[in-house]
Design a protein around this ligand. Structure first.
Ligand SMILES: [Zn+2]
Length: 118
């Protein structure tokens, strides 16, 4: 059982969430080639180890969270609101990151409510 610590709801089982995907940099729309868009939309690194993912709390607060999770052990070492950055040393305090998560896939406002990146 995977427990994900939602910043608003607290620890919840992963079945309450929708897995949106890995967080990766969005190519520049003005200069990206079709191959770069294809890679951004359909290919993922799928590492055996630590990765940063976006999850949607569909059966809870209906918000997106960014989770650092180990794909082999399912250990979670951080969870923040998507589009927000955790402030070091504030024990869970969060502030909005400069520029938000613009340029990342599944980064908060880029996905319509109830939608999916895939
Ligand atoms: Zn929640």
């Amino acid at each position: 059982m995977i427990l994900l610590p939602c910043p608003w709801c607290g620890p919840r089982v992963a079945s309450e969430f929708a897995h949106i995907g890995e967080v990766c940099a969005r190519p520049d729309p003005g200069s990206a080639t079709p191959a770069q868009w294809r890679g951004y939309l359909y290919l993922c690194a799928n590492p055996c180890g630590w990765t940063t993912e976006t999850w949607y709390h569909r059966m809870g607060c209906r918000r997106y969270i960014k989770v650092e999770r180990h794909t082999e052990t399912n250990e979670v070492r951080s969870a923040t609101a998507a589009g927000m950055a955790e402030v070091p040393g504030t024990a869970g305090g969060m502030v909005e990151a400069p520029g938000g998560e613009a340029g990342t896939r599944a980064g908060g406002a880029e996905i319509p409510a109830g939608g999916s990146a895939r």
